[in-house]
Design a protein around this ligand. Structure first.
Ligand code: SF4
Length: 375
């Protein structure tokens, strides 16, 4: 459910209602840090005894809360985030939402981002997968798009998915534009009302490694074609990502090699610092493969890549690039540990004594106290 904290900022006209217990509330309250004091557009619908034993009516309770949200904040969409509790008591959020949506005239999107099934960033995946089904068909938007003849492109529409801060997103759009590729839409958009139009046969490409459900939804439900590229993390990844998109559209990329070289040169000071140092990823956010690949290219030695969940198909391009990078740098491919056991990892860390451990806050200070650098 932590995805709420970055998604409500990304989608400006949204409101996130997390339907769970005080456990979830405490977690968000702490994880969001100072943001909690900035009147965030999220709230908990805290379940009570009466909800759990079905003495209260779910529909009426949710209606009351959503009406209040509508009155106070007037969002374009309310996301209902299901949690462990709603799963276990089998609260039928997907069933209630359409009825309530029709009754109180506000869009409700349901995403199950609970701790039973998913880890951390995968929460965004469930939200985007739910949003992908709400994107309008291309035809409806054709009128506004055809207005500008200069916008004519030589390739089929390309829609990117994955939430990024606006400056980063704009940078990627700009990089693609240099190759003559136009980004027709981005999921999620800045506002829910501006969701990109998607229709059969469009191309989609992910920018984050944790979006496998969204990718599957876009392919199966929306009949789009997925461009399976490595992810634009690090200059090497960004170049490979652009190259892959170009190759799918039959475009010869220009100036990418130069561009990558320039960036590596600007990083020289940092590269000297980390060359030949070793790193251990404990694994908690699914960015690990891409980061490890980037750090190997930087000259680091990777002992272990822990990762909560590994979708070999969606991350296929990234895995190939990791392999290639290892070959080129003359190192063996590090072991990838899915669903790692932190306890055993600590034993391995003790033996290996890596120069850097990339880990969560639970282990960071204890490791530092034992003389191991952490990030
Ligand atoms: S793991 Fe489950 S109970 Fe805990 S915060 Fe996440 S959704 Fe709530």
């Amino acid at each position: 459910i932590s995805c709420v904290s970055w998604l409500y900022q990304k989608i400006e006209d949204s409101f996130f209602l997390v339907i769970g217990t005080k456990t979830c509330g405490y977690f968000l309250q702490n994880a969001m840090g100072v943001m909690i004091f900035s009147e965030p557009r999220y709230a908990m619908a805290e379940l009570e005894e009466g909800d759990i034993s079905a003495k209260l009516n779910d529909y009426e309770e949710l209606k009351r809360l959503c009406l209040q949200i509508k009155k106070d904040r007037n969002p374009s969409v309310i996301f209902w985030i299901g949690t462990c509790t709603t799963e276990i008591i089998k609260m039928d959020l997907e069933g209630i939402a359409p009825k309530l949506e029709a009754e109180i005239k506000i869009t409700i999107v349901v995403a199950r981002a609970n701790g039973l099934d998913y880890a951390f960033t995968q929460g965004e995946d469930t939200v985007l997968a739910a949003m992908a089904q709400r994107c309008p068909e291309y035809k409806e938007k054709a009128i506004s798009l055809s207005g500008d003849p200069k916008e004519e492109t030589k390739h089929p529409p390309l829609i990117l998915f994955g939430s990024l801060p606006d400056p980063v997103a704009n940078q990627l759009i700009f990089e693609l534009k240099k190759q003559g590729i136009k980004v027709s839409g981005w999921l999620p958009s800045k506002r829910y009302t501006e969701l990109p139009a998607i229709s059969e046969g469009n191309y989609v490409c992910g920018v984050n490694p944790f979006l496998s459900r969204t990718a599957t939804t876009l392919m199966r439900r929306r009949r789009t074609k997925l461009i399976g590229a490595p992810f634009p993390i690090g200059p090497d990844g960004t170049r490979a990502w652009i190259e892959k998109i170009c190759s799918v559209f039959g475009i010869q990329p220009v100036g990418l090699e130069e561009r990558e070289k320039q960036i590596w040169e600007s990083l020289e000071g940092y590269l000297k610092l980390i060359a030949n140092k070793s790193v251990f990823f404990m694994g908690d956010n699914l960015l690990e493969i891409s980061l490890a690949r980037f750090l190997i290219r930087c000259g680091m030695v990777v002992h272990e890549i822990g990762i909560p969940y590994m979708d070999k198909r969606y991350q296929g391009g990234e895995l190939l690039l990791l392999e290639k990078t290892c070959q080129e740098m003359g190192v063996s491919i590090p072991s990838i540990v899915e669903k790692p056991d932190n306890y055993k990892q600590l034993e391995r860390i003790r033996t290996l004594q890596p120069d850097l451990v990339i880990t969560g806050m639970a282990h960071a200070n204890p490791l530092e106290a034992r003389g191991i650098n952490t990030k």
